[in-house]
Design a protein around this ligand. Sequence first.
Ligand SMILES: *Cc1c(COP(=O)(O)O)cnc(C)c1O
Length: 717
Amino acid sequence: MTPLEEKMPAKLQRLPELAYNLWWSWNPEARNLFKRLDLTLWRSTQHNPVQMLHEIKTERLEAAANDAAFLRRYNQVLIRVDQEMSNGHSWFYTTYPELTGKTIAYFSAEFGLHNSLPIYSGGLGILSGDHAKEASDLGLPLVCVGFMYPQGYFRQRIPTHGWQEAVYQQLDMSMAPIAPVLGAHGHPLMISVPIGGRHVFARAWKVQVGRTSLYLMDTDVDENNPWERELSARLYSGDNEMRIRQEIMLGIGGVRLLRKLGYEPDVWHMNEGHSAFLVLELIREKVQMGMRFTEAAAAVQQQTIFTTHTPVPAGHDTFPFHMVEHYFANFWDEMGINREQFLSLGEHQEPWGIAFNMTVLALRMSGMANGVSKLHGQVSREMWHEVWLDKSAEEVPITSVTNGVHVPTWISSEMSDEFDKYLGPEWRERQDDPAIWARVKDMPAEDLWNVHLEMKRKLIHFLRERLRAQWIAGTADPLQVLVNGRLLDPYALTIGFARRFATYKRATLIFKDLERLRRILLDTHRPVQIVFAGKAHPADDPGKRLIQEVYNLAKNNQLGGRVAFLEDYDMHMARYLTQGVDVWLNTPRRPREASGTSGMKASLNGIPNLSILDGWWAEGYNGANGWAIGSEKVYEDPNAQDWADANSIYDLLEEEIVPLFYQRDRDDIPRGWIEVMREAIRTNTPQFSMQRMVKEYTTKLYVPALEASLLEKAGDY
Ligand SMILES: *Cc1c(COP(=O)(O)O)cnc(C)c1O
């Protein structure tokens, strides 16, 4: 028994098991169970049941064990979780019974599952995390592989000069929902990979995401020397040398880990190019079994799927040839090829010379590839045309599957109760079915508005409590208290903008004409306020400059405290923001936002988008469910583009958004506004649900690859 299990009263023996399965995080009955167990701890741990069970007093546990109502709920949750974990009734098995027993391996450098496991930096990680959760809900046989980063992604602190500081904290592993993977004799299961002439070791941690298992590799073990131990310490930090070592561990180590655990995946999905070295290991395995390189490569192509995530050239990892040679000089012999053949697998002309490009490697070696929105698919086909010189740009075999978000994770519990009431509880099973969402019209306007106001109150309360905590801890000076939103007004029209501060996202666009914006914000009868949050990559100085600019504007008394910048954006804050503002703003430079997902989270909570027609919004906007900034016209001159887009934002705010929001009836209800909210929920939720997305990956990519593997096996006999 683990210490936690020993601490539990007999009647609550399975509480730790529930806490260690992230299934609880998207199931309201399970969330409520932990909330009921100890509301104060629930809040102080930022909704972390593992930490709660460590910290909870035994008297509190005894009381719960003797509380008949609590026990009833506890038993109901156990029945639910047991049903969910046995997969006989799931969508995948009932739709594709012939594929029973197949396995899909899913590799990603980051997974955003819950705040208590800070191993994500932004959209890519949230997408992987949501994918794993939906795979569980649909019964998809997915096994995930990633990295344990004991120091995670950094926590952001912003001193009064506005220049972001990165703070790394060692994660207390015992408080995270992870369990060590043990091998023979109860010792940690260990794999090793040759990196730069040495064998580098990694142990593994397991995260239970409903039915889906996620394995995280961790190089912080005694067998490694100090730099090797640091290899997986942090997410996206360090130089190119560190990066290639990490990617060797992720791709090659990941394959070895699955083998050691006894998995024989039929399909391998690389989410972004970070894990692309895995194809090399798969080829090596086959060549070592006696295949020729060309046969092995063809077989691997049939089994692999690659998703590319950005049209920004610098977003694709590249390594100089000499570096690749250093790490792979012995490896290519085992693949049955020579140096030139090996380097040609990833060869690509970069602005600074010929190099080894991970996206090119992944595209060449995977049988199917996709972008993450229709527009991004098209841009990617043009961008990577050179890999298929025998084809025209339209024929380049990169399809698209538009991103989605895991609805049960991102919906507020208040709104989900409303859906239960007016759409019927079956909405959870049928999130991708537009017919369910047509019922949003039956939801009374007053109800929808009251839920929204409640979420807005919760957001403001959340901000103030955070400020108070910083103030008490002595880490906030008065100016920061102002910048962090003390002056926010619960009645003003509130615009939210929160995401990574990459320059193409143009966080400062709305400040282009400061005087015009000032008039909009400071209107005494119809005030408007803007809340910003987001981190810049630690090496991205232009991104940090944008944060500083917003920070200084938030301090500027001419804007009257109507602009706030919240420190340390993460999943926890993202939930409050995408559930509690009135409008969600997004201003990427088209077409660089491959998809974007935070706007989808807002929409399903009834918060309309005000966004450039880029990524998902180019597909999601229908004229009545939010607002489109500018047109699809692309200007040659970026400054002209910025002016056109900024003026479009001001026009929309002045002429449509502000008047509609403040047009109230006798009961102070904005009827016209509520129709836009309703339309956002009705149209965007099914189309951009993770359920639609994972089903689309399954039918377009996974099933064809799995069926090919069936044929191959049949051919063996
Ligand atoms: C959803 C989410 C993102 C992605 O935001 P985009 O608008 O798609 O860039 C980034 N960070 C966090 C914490 C999120 O929850």
